[in-house]
Design a protein around this ligand. Structure first.
Ligand code: 8YV
Length: 307
């Protein structure tokens, strides 16, 4: 459905007859001509595949997602039509956790504006860069204690940051972390709030105005899940008014076309949805996407099934 690095596309071309939906000038014509012969589909966590495309693939057997998030795939359609779905968890977990903690530190210590301060000559002309905010020893809430949330918690322990979490239900955690059922209460307690839960219709805007304002003028929101988990209009209002101290965001509504209100803010770190985007991890994601397809067509168990 979308482009992959050359090494992934070469492997797919060598193994399968491929059709590149993203390159087709007339996508409807491609589906009309080839839709009936297509048995496997590759897509991405942030791209997915909609029902109106799936309806034109009557012989589709498997959707292999390059990414851990499959919220953009019409899972209900897949289930109803016996289409298998796979994703690429685990291979990207630590990568995403690394960026989540890096975003917290970069924003707390003002590393992006500080780099500009050096590079544009302000340091020499105007003196020291302003005082920033401590991260170690503070409190972090994790909204979504899945694989990535758990890895972030592990990392935060090394910074002497106390962690509490909320989740659909309590779960066993490394360090026996305290479960807080109400996201508002978690936000009231926390200095940093990490949004790491899988996105779905049920989680839309789980981080609402109340949660954002509970995090407060000294709080920081870090989102590396999906924009849909956060009420972005409420987030922008709070960042503009100071009701929320700061944010570090890797995902946005209508990305990569951000709401221009973000660009006027100096209390938000903007990242281009690249939490999993290292060479090593993307190679592992591509390999897993490919291996799931091959396992299916060779009649073996799928490596990482969702449906
Ligand atoms: C995407 C992601 O897969 O894993 C996910 O769900 O959001 C990303 O890693 C990435 O954007 C691939 O294009």
């Amino acid at each position: 459905m979308g482009p992959y690095p050359k090494w992934d596309e070469d492997a797919l071309d060598a193994k399968f007859t491929t059709h590149r939906y993203y390159e087709a000038d007339d996508k409807a014509a491609l589906l009309a001509e080839h839709g009936g012969t297509i048995r496997g589909l590759c897509t991405k966590g942030d791209l997915g595949v909609s029902r109106d495309v799936l309806e034109k693939l009557p012989n589709l057997e498997i959707i292999s997602v390059y990414g851990v998030g499959y919220d953009a795939v019409d899972i209900e359609f897949a289930r109803d039509h016996g289409v298998r779905v796979t994703n690429t968890p685990d291979v990207l977990t630590k990568e995403c956790a690394d960026l989540g903690v890096a975003m917290m530190l970069a924003q707390a210590r003002g590393m992006v504006p500080a780099e500009k301060w050096v590079r544009d000559g302000s340091w020499a002309k105007l003196g020291p860069f302003g005082l920033q905010t401590r991260a170690h020893g503070k409190r972090a809430g994790i909204l979504g204690m899945g694989r990535i949330g758990a890895e972030i918690a592990r990392r935060l322990a090394a910074f002497d940051i106390e962690v509490r979490y909320t989740n659909r239900s309590p779960r066993e955690t490394e360090g026996d972390l305290e479960f807080v059922a109400d996201p508002v209460q978690l936000a009231e307690w926390a200095d940093f709030l990490f949004i790491t839960l899988a996105a779905s219709a049920q989680t839309r805007h789980i981080v609402n105005r109340q949660v954002i304002e509970a995090l407060g003028p000294d709080g920081m929101l870090i989102n590396l899940s999906r924009a849909a988990n956060v009420d972005e209009a409420a987030l922008l209002d709070a960042l503009e008014s100071g009701a929320l101290g700061s944010a570090a965001l890797d995902v946005f509504e209508d990305e990569p076309h951000l709401d221009p209100r973000f660009l006027a803010l100096d209390n938000v770190l903007l990242q281009p949805h690249h939490a999993s985007a290292t060479l090593e991890t993307r190679k592992a994601m591509g390999q897993l996407m490919f291996d799931n397809l091959v396992a299916h067509f060779e009649g073996r168990d799928l490596l990482t099934p969702v449906v």
